[in-house]
Design a protein. Structure first.
Length: 126
């Protein structure tokens, strides 16, 4: 059975399914948490109380809607389109991130999110 989370930003509520890896387990164990959104192109990121080293599956090129932990900044990242370091339409992280989940919902509403908005992440009851 997959673990699912809810990401709430203002009027936006999205769910995501976590991968089965150590990063996802660490994120799950730390829930709930909140932070202040930062926008970097079509990426939202914010600091969280989770410190994780770079994983074996760390990467820079991400899928639209993919979630990752950025070890360098202890940040929760939501990728939904190109970032300033993308070479096309594919989201690309600034440096390696640990992928840990994928949005279940269309990420298009995230285009409206501004830096400074409160982001809440919590477990979804099965």
């Amino acid at each position: 059975m997959s673990s699912r989370i809810r990401i709430s930003i203002g009027e936006i509520d999205l769910t995501a399914t976590l991968y089965e890896n150590e990063t996802a387990s660490s994120i799950w164990d730390a829930l709930p948490f909140e932070g202040d959104a930062n926008r970097w192109g079509d990426e939202i990121y914010f600091s969280i109380p989770v410190k994780i080293e770079e994983a074996d599956d760390a990467k820079q090129d991400m899928a639209v809607g993919e979630l990752a932990h950025w070890p360098s900044g202890s940040a929760f990242c939501i990728f939904f389109g190109p970032t300033p370091v993308s070479t096309g339409d594919v989201p690309r992280a600034y440096s390696n991130v640990n992928p840990f989940g994928l949005l279940d919902d269309d990420p298009t509403p995230l285009l409206k999110v501004q830096s400074g908005e409160k982001v809440t992440v919590e477990r979804v009851d099965s």
